[in-house]
Design a protein around this ligand. Structure first.
Ligand SMILES: Cc1cc2nc3c(=O)[nH]c(=O)nc-3n(C[C@H](O)[C@H](O)[C@H](O)COP(=O)(O)OP(=O)(O)OC[C@H]3O[C@@H](n4cnc5c(N)ncnc54)[C@H](O)[C@@H]3O)c2cc1C
Length: 396
């Protein structure tokens, strides 16, 4: 990865905060109308927050993993849908190109992604390959100076707005257990690439979740990411980045629930006193605060491990520490946020169970964090086998 000076964490985080403040009114309206917020990308561009992890030499801000996770926690307060856009575009879109791409791929894709001219996505999941990506059926074959990709990718964040997707497939002519997945940067233009937005969702109504079909879709040979056969390693390495982003976003959800509840406890009265003076309501507030404090700790620990791994890409111990600690943080934070949002909705009573209030939106939206980027179950198995050793792996 190119290394150069970075903007200061304070400047980056204050720009992210300004972006979030400007975004909020329009975002709330779009959520109520269940539509993608067209102002998201222009506002993010204006505030310089589309390239937080991209080096300054490529037009970005050069944030390290700790600063980036704080930025995503701030963005997470605006909703899991908004944070998911950033996870898709930055953590699992820009990151694999930055980490495994060559200089020519960097200059072709990353500055345009920072300017918002090329939204990115990560296409691993398929209708019949979710928790086990090795069961994917997408294939590629070489034709002159292109690869032709065929297959369907499903449940892809930014999947119907992306200009390019990091997508994965097997060689069409390979069979058996030793065939290996490759990764490609796939431009989404042309009749051989058909995408559509998935709208039947119980939350994240402003986020773009899409699917796409590739039918002998031509991808220049120059767009192979890493070497042929590196795809699985690239996908798993990218999920380390993605899981940290989910965990950090969940911290933001908890922080926002806490703030909303503290305000509401001070204005809503029942039985002749403010509800904040009812001891059982205070119990809910205490649970949210404990979730906030513990999640903050586990996210910071994971971000520091990821930062150490980024600084030493050849250090296997640093990589596996980041792999484990981000999995732990993602599992813990997504469950803590789900429970915190549930406590928050309880404090708001009937108003809480409504899209009109932030806590109700958080509850609907944050549930998906226990599913994408590794389900609860897959992460539990990963954590347990890391403790017990490779011979205890439930699956390979
Ligand atoms: C809103 C949204 C956005 C997403 N964004 C992206 C994206 O940008 N890119 C992308 O590639 N994917 C994305 N996904 C897909 C997501 O990563 C998958 O949904 C997830 O990995 C689970 O796969 P699945 O849905 O096929 O469930 P399955 O794999 O079918 O799992 C079903 C259930 O079985 C359990 N299970 C499966 N295998 C085991 C096992 N060995 N042991 C124990 N339990 C097991 C699972 O934990 C789960 O409870 C997104 C999903 C959603 C909902």
């Amino acid at each position: 990865m190119p290394a150069d000076v970075a903007d200061s964490p304070d400047k980056i985080l204050s720009d992210v905060d300004a972006f979030c403040q400007k975004l909020r009114p329009g975002e709330e309206l779009c959520y109520l109308e269940h539509r993608f917020n067209d102002q998201l990308v222009p506002l993010a561009k204006k505030h310089g927050v589309l390239g937080l992890i991209i080096p300054k030499s490529l037009g970005g801000r050069g944030a390290d993993a700790v600063t980036y996770s704080k930025a995503l926690a701030r963005i997470g307060r605006e909703g899991t849908g908004v944070r998911t856009f950033f996870s898709g575009h930055c953590s699992i879109g820009q990151y694999p190109i930055l980490r495994w791409g060559n200089a020519e791929q960097h200059t072709r894709y990353l500055p345009a992604s920072v300017r918002g001219e090329c939204i990115l996505a990560f296409g691993l999941t398929e209708p019949d390959a979710g928790s086990n990506p090795r069961e994917m059926t997408t294939t590629y074959r070489r034709s002159g100076d292109h690869y032709l990709l065929s297959g369907m990718k499903y449940l892809i964040s930014n999947g119907s707005i992306a200009g390019a997707v990091v997508a994965f497939g097997y060689p069409a002519d390979a069979t058996g257990d030793d065939r290996r997945i490759s990764a490609f940067i796939v431009d989404t233009k042309g009749a051989t690439f058909q995408s559509e937005r998935l709208t039947a969702k119980p939350g994240m109504h402003t986020a773009d979740t899409g699917m796409f079909q590739m039918s002998d879709h031509p991808v220049p040979v120059a767009n192979l990411l890493g070497k042929e056969g590196d795809g699985f390693r690239i996908a798993m390495g990218t999920l380390v980045s993605g899981r940290l982003s989910v965990a950090a976003g969940c911290l933001g959800v908890i922080e926002d629930c806490l703030e909303e509840c503290m305000n509401y406890c001070r204005i809503r009265s029942q039985h002749g006193k403010l509800i904040g003076k009812h001891q059982l309501v205070q119990r809910h507030l205490a649970e949210i605060e404990i979730a906030r404090a513990t999640t903050e700790g586990i996210v910071l620990r994971a971000a520091e491990a990821k930062q150490a791994a980024d600084e030493k890409p050849g250090d296997a111990a640093a990589q596996s520490s980041a792999d484990l600690l981000t999995a732990e943080a993602k599992y813990y934070a997504s469950n803590a946020a789900w429970q915190a949002a549930d406590h928050a909705v309880q404090i708001f009573g009937g108003r809480g169970w409504s899209e009109l209030y932030r806590v109700g939106r958080h509850l609907s939206d944050v549930r998906v964090c226990r599913i994408y980027e590794g389900t609860d179950e897959i992460l539990q198995l990963k954590i347990a086998s890391a403790l017990l050793g490779k011979e205890f792996q439930a699956f390979s």
